[in-house]
Design a protein around this ligand. Structure first.
Ligand SMILES: [Mn+2]
Length: 443
């Protein structure tokens, strides 16, 4: 069965489940209906240049309309959702194609030529509005615009993925793994960051704006910049390492994958192997009922153990976590929910009120604190880096003797290591969508 069929056959059931979640949320919050607006194009100041359009993820939960600005969906309990499908007469831009039956059959589709057509739908019933389009923000009463409790309910529902969503993320993982394989080959051939990036995009046939986030294509010490955002067109004189954090999208669902490679054998290559082993062990514990915070803290202990084993630090792993030394080398969270948004919603809240589930003390960047449930899709991405500003701060105000500075100096040209997989929580063993995708490619 083709990929397209695998994805589309679950769509009808997906829409039914989304409708069910919205009906519950509307009833609980006392609304009769919700109008979800795709968003409008944004033009840069004093210019006519448009920023790349990113559709409202609340609309994307219903519909694969990634490029469709100014469309809007009216959802009413017990009724087929009504899509005002914006299809302008436009000869400057290519208007959206006609609706495709695999998704359109689940909706009452009304093609509209006027971007403001949705405004006629808002009178009468007690309707909530969801989106950030300027027209929406200026016309709608604040109490009915993006009501926080309504959104929290929807966000919590979005943490448990449907079969359709899992199929989309799995296919995004397959595309990502393909791009990563091509990128590794380009690194081995000695190409620049820019050229590696181009090969990645070409291999999966996506342009930059279709990627879930800006590719991180980092050679050598650039791997220590967590969200390294440039791509040098000149290849470096010497190749030590390559860190690539790059994903793909399928119907707006993201994959988010990181791999790190050493140019040749040595301590850094051995550290990658050690990090890979510990990352796999953490992935195996992504099970129903697990408190994600425990996994994060365990990763700190494991990484401190690797730092100790390789002679980078002198403190025991327990002492290094306690003193904050492990955070000098691993200053981010273990991972996050993944879905329509790379950092997907509701990772830190307990209920419709948005009651926060606190992060552990000293770990301000953790994006997921919930107990895991079947249907959650999340990342596991431990890291170990040689970050100059954090090392300098420790040298100035920490226990200087806790770090073997010669070892740090020797390893710093490699930047850092991050290994990131996308995991589906099930009722039984976790499914590693990323490792499965790499394994399928090598068959
Ligand atoms: Mn990530």
């Amino acid at each position: 069965m083709g990929v397209h069929k695998t994805i589309t056959q679950g769509y009808k059931s997906h829409v039914r489940q989304v409708q069910h979640h919205w009906e519950n949320a509307l009833a609980a919050e006392g609304f009769d209906a919700v109008l979800i607006h795709a968003g409008s194009k944004v033009v840069s100041f004093l210019d006519d240049y448009e920023y790349p359009f990113r559709c409202n993820p609340q609309l994307l939960w219903w519909l694969p309309l990634t490029h469709h600005h100014d469309s809007a969906l009216l959802v009413r309990p017990g009724r087929r959702p009504k899509l005002m499908y914006f299809q302008p007469d436009d000869y400057w831009h290519l208007p959206p194609a006609d609706p495709e039956s695999w998704w359109a059959d689940e909706f009452e589709v009304v093609p509209v030529r006027d971007a403001n057509a949705w405004q006629q739908e808002s009178s009468g019933a007690h309707t909530a509005f969801v989106g950030d389009a300027p027209a929406l923000v200026s016309l709608v009463d604040a109490s009915r615009l993006n009501p926080p409790r309504l959104l929290n309910r929807v966000h919590l529902a979005r943490t448990r993925k449907t079969e359709y969503e899992i199929a989309c993320i799995s296919e995004a993982a397959r595309l990502g793994a393909l791009g990563h394989t091509v990128a590794e080959r380009a690194f081995r051939q000695g190409l620049s960051e820019y050229d590696i990036h181009q090969q990645y995009c070409m291999s999966i046939q996506l342009v930059d704006a279709e990627l879930p986030y800006g590719n991180i294509i980092a050679l050598n010490e650039h791997g220590a910049v967590l969200h390294y955002q440039t791509q040098q067109q000149q290849a470096p004189a010497e190749f030590h390492s390559f860190l690539i954090d790059a994903g793909a999208t399928v119907h707006a669902y993201a994959s988010d994958i990181t791999r790190t490679y050493a140019a040749g054998p040595g301590d850094f290559a051995d550290m990658i192997v050690a990090m890979d082993e510990m990352q796999r062990a953490v992935c195996a514990d992504v099970v129903m009922g697990m408190d994600y915070r425990k996994l994060h803290l365990r990763a700190h202990l494991d990484i401190a153990g690797i730092l100790h084993e390789f002679g980078v630090i002198n403190q025991s792993p327990e002492a290094a976590v306690e003193s904050g030394l492990s955070s000098v080398f691993y200053p981010h969270g273990l991972g996050h929910f993944l879905g329509l948004q790379t950092h997907d919603v509701a990772g830190l809240i307990a209920d419709a009120d948005g009651t926060p589930i606190p992060r552990p003390d000293g770990h301000p960047f953790l994006r997921l604190t919930r107990d895991l449930e079947p249907g959650n899709v999340l990342t596991i991405e431990p890291g170990l880096y040689f970050i100059e500003p954090l090392l300098r701060q420790w040298r100035e105000s920490g226990d200087v003797s806790a770090i073997n500075w010669d070892r740090v100096d020797a390893l710093t040209p490699n930047g850092g290591i991050r290994i990131e997989d996308n995991i589906l929580v099930t009722g039984a063993a976790p499914r590693n969508l990323t490792r499965d995708a790499f394994a399928d490619l090598s068959q």
